[in-house]
Design a protein around this ligand. Structure first.
Ligand code: NAD
Length: 330
């Protein structure tokens, strides 16, 4: 049986989701975007029905799932409406820009009984999942100290960064809500939730915007001390995460598509490299996982609660950068 999927917001990531859902299985996709020229192009290119208004799209028919790919400040209102319609929801990261609607979203999800997830795509990366499965196996003992060093040249990947949500904090912009949130969510998935954040952030390089493009964070995730150093102007597109535990160390190198373990007393790293992946492959796997979730199967996708916790991280980091003080996350 074919699943009816509505993609709301067919910009950069929405178009990718549309294409990847079409390739993920028996799916009938409908597109919705407030920009008529963009909607017309996408609807024609992918051979799908298109709506310029979300509520008209909901009124027109029933959907099994709604994929929300608009700027972050609109995510929760759209998700609540989609759940009210009886659809499952898949929300792009970050979950939002404020905690105000989180409880309403949780209640709408519980009332509808439909599957919900948040598109933190690192959950689909074999090198993150391999490290997580290994850590959860318990052999390494408790995580004590972790560090992330990451960056990329954002203008290469999003030449339009000045004109999109990225330019303003209110719409989910800046390095903290746009990029750091991916790795903070991954670290929380690997070693548990953040409990304290101290953040220094600055605008160092990107032309035409004033939001931070460079971030240093020192955090606590329960019993582990964690640090993040991330910028969005460096030439190499790299992410290295190290987690040092009682019994040894685990390392994830996103750019090498591998995770590694160094057991205490061993001679060196034991590497686990994933089979080569194209960028769409992760999003096709992610779309399949959402379809599995709609079908009642377990998935590795981020839950609303996990994404709400990472939203607390984002907000704490922004507050700390603003005030110069550490922020506790209760
Ligand atoms: N997971 C990832 O790798 C990844 C990558 C890029 C963006 N994102 C996230 O996806 C979201 C969208 O980012 P983007 O880069 O695609 O932005 P974008 O600006 O390219 O696209 C957003 C689209 O949403 C449309 N839109 C806005 N409000 C709407 C509404 N109420 N109804 C219908 N359409 C509406 C706009 O017209 C626009 O076309 C952001 O939250 C961003 O953080 C995630």
């Amino acid at each position: 049986m074919s699943e009816a999927i509505l993609i709301v917001g067919c910009g950069s990531i929405g178009e990718r989701h549309l294409r990847c859902f079409q390739r993920a299985g028996q799916v009938e996709v409908t597109a919705c975007d407030a920009n008529p020229a963009l909607l017309g192009r996408v609807a024609a290119q992918y051979g799908v029905a298109g709506f310029g208004d979300f509520h008209s799209a909901l009124a027109a028919r029933r959907y099994d799932g709604v994929v929300i790919c608009t700027p972050a400040h609109t995510h929760m209102d759209l998700a609540i409406a989609a759940l009210g319609h009886g659809a499952g929801v898949f929300v792009e990261k970050p979950l939002g820009t404020s905690l105000a609607k989180v409880n309403e979203l949780r209640e709408a999800a519980a009332k509808s009984g439909r599957f919900t997830a948040v598109a933190y795509v690192y959950h689909l990366m074999p090198w993150i999942r391999g490290a997580r499965d290994f850590l959860r196996g318990g052999e390494m003992g408790r995580p004590l100290h972790a560090s992330v060093v990451a960056g990329q040249h954002f203008p290469t990947f999003r030449p339009a960064y000045r004109e999109i949500y990225y330019a303003r904090h209110e719409s989910g912009g800046g390095a903290i809500q746009d990029a750091l949130t991916h790795v903070a969510n991954a670290v929380e998935w690997l070693i548990g939730p953040t409990s304290r954040v101290f953040c220094d952030a600055g605008h160092q390089s990107l032309e035409g915007v004033t939001v931070e493009d460079t971030v240093n964070v020192t955090a606590r995730n329960g019993g582990a001390l964690v640090s993040y150093a991330l910028n969005q102007f460096q030439a190499p597109n790299e992410m290295t995460l190290q987690i040092h535990c009682e019994g040894g160390s685990v390392r994830v190198e996103g750019h090498e598509q591998r995770w590694s373990a160094f057991r205490r007393g061993a001679d060196g790293w034991e590497h686990h490299k994933a089979a080569p992946l194209e960028r769409d492959d992760l999003f096709i796997a992610q779309a399949r996982a959402f379809l599995d979730g709609l079908g009642g199967q377990p998935t590795a996708l981020s839950t609303i609660d996990e994404a709400a916790q990472t939203l607390r991280f984002n907000l704490a980091a922004l507050e700390s950068a603003r005030t110069g003080k550490a922020v506790e996350i209760p």
